[in-house]
Ligand binder design. Structure first.
Ligand code: CTP
Length: 220
């Protein structure tokens, strides 16, 4: 199978892992994302012939073969990195953007340059909203992920519409074998027209290969 024009590879940008939102040099807000799903997608994309660019938060994973990686810490750094990559995309070949990162929605309003002392903290942490990376990016074929605990498919469908996605990969993280840190995942693809496709429990590698195949079959 060949998903590209001769001599040119379509860019596939993948965000992966958590972001960290620091309040001082030694403390941050974050989440337990390990980046496994995103790294599996990057590997599957490279194997399928895409020019894969991985934008990774702090994770303990090796860069898959053939993948170019940018490491970031915060959501705002992730957005800057994604925008810079989109500017590099080859004319006429719309890039693919797959957002698997567990981006922190909020960050501390102020980042102290020094380690805060107990006496300097009031017990209230003021937060401000982070940018929605997937929603704010244009000019790409966009695929999102929705890890939910309630109303899984309805929430996924809302995000698919609001972020103008080609499809969204929904999973119920209350079910065994899914969610943060596992080797497996059970997902349902939700398309903008309301169509859903449920896949059985599989390794994240297998899920990644099938997602890349679904993307390659989209009209771009
Ligand atoms: N996402 C993103 N930037 C954000 C938040 C989310 O790029 N600031 C992406 C995620 O990578 C994922 C999708 O958007 O692909 C859905 O993420 P999720 O956290 O489930 O959605 P939110 O928009 O944050 O929605 P809510 O908090 O209402 O569940």
């Amino acid at each position: 199978m060949c998903y590209n024009m001769p001599d040119m590879k379509r860019m596939m940008i993948v965000t992966a892992g958590p972001t960290r939102e620091h309040l001082d040099p030694v403390r941050f807000l974050s989440n337990p994302s390990t980046g496994k799903m995103g790294f599996a997608l990057a590997a599957a994309g490279a194997a399928a012939g895409f020019d894969v660019r991985l934008v990774a938060g702090p994770v303990a994973l090796a860069t898959p073969k053939g993948v170019k990686r940018t490491d970031i810490v915060s959501a705002r750094e992730m957005l800057v990195a994604v925008r810079a990559l989109l500017r590099e995309a080859t004319d006429g070949l719309k890039p693919v953007f797959i957002a698997t990162a567990a981006v922190a929605d909020w960050r501390p309003a102020r980042i102290a340059a020094h380690k805060l002392k107990k006496a300097e903290m009031s017990g209230t942490l003021h937060l401000v909203r982070n940018p929605d990376i997937l929603k704010s990016v244009h000019g790409a074929v966009k695929v999102g992920f929705a890890a939910e605990t309630d109303r899984v498919l309805a929430e996924a469908a809302r995000k698919c519409r609001e972020k103008k996605l080609a499809f969204i990969v929904a999973n119920d993280i209350t079910k065994p074998g899914t969610g943060f840190g596992t080797e497996t995942n059970r997902v349902t693809l939700v398309f903008p027209d309301g169509r859903t496709v449920a896949w059985p429990l599989m390794t994240k590698r297998r899920v990644a290969t099938r997602i890349v195949r679904t993307i390659a079959d989209l009209e771009m």
